[in-house]
Design a protein around this ligand. Structure first.
Ligand code: FES
Length: 59
């Protein structure tokens, strides 16, 4: 779920992440929403690679 114009920020807590835009929590292993009352939509999986000191994400 994304409605704001600026990128959302997130906090990583153990095996889940909290998106501070709407305070949804997601399981980092599966991407599943842990707050279905806020969103049932899981996180999307993106391909990534490490190039030197950079993390490159493919959208
Ligand atoms: S933008 Fe809404 S939960 Fe992250």
């Amino acid at each position: 779920m994304r409605t704001a114009t600026s990128p959302p920020r997130a906090w990583w807590r153990g095996d889940y992440v909290i998106c501070t835009c709407h305070w949804c929590r997601f399981d980092l292993r599966t991407g599943a929403s842990l707050t279905p009352e806020l969103t049932a939509e899981p996180l999307k999986k993106l391909r990534y690679r490490i190039e030197g000191d950079e993390l490159v994400v493919e959208f």
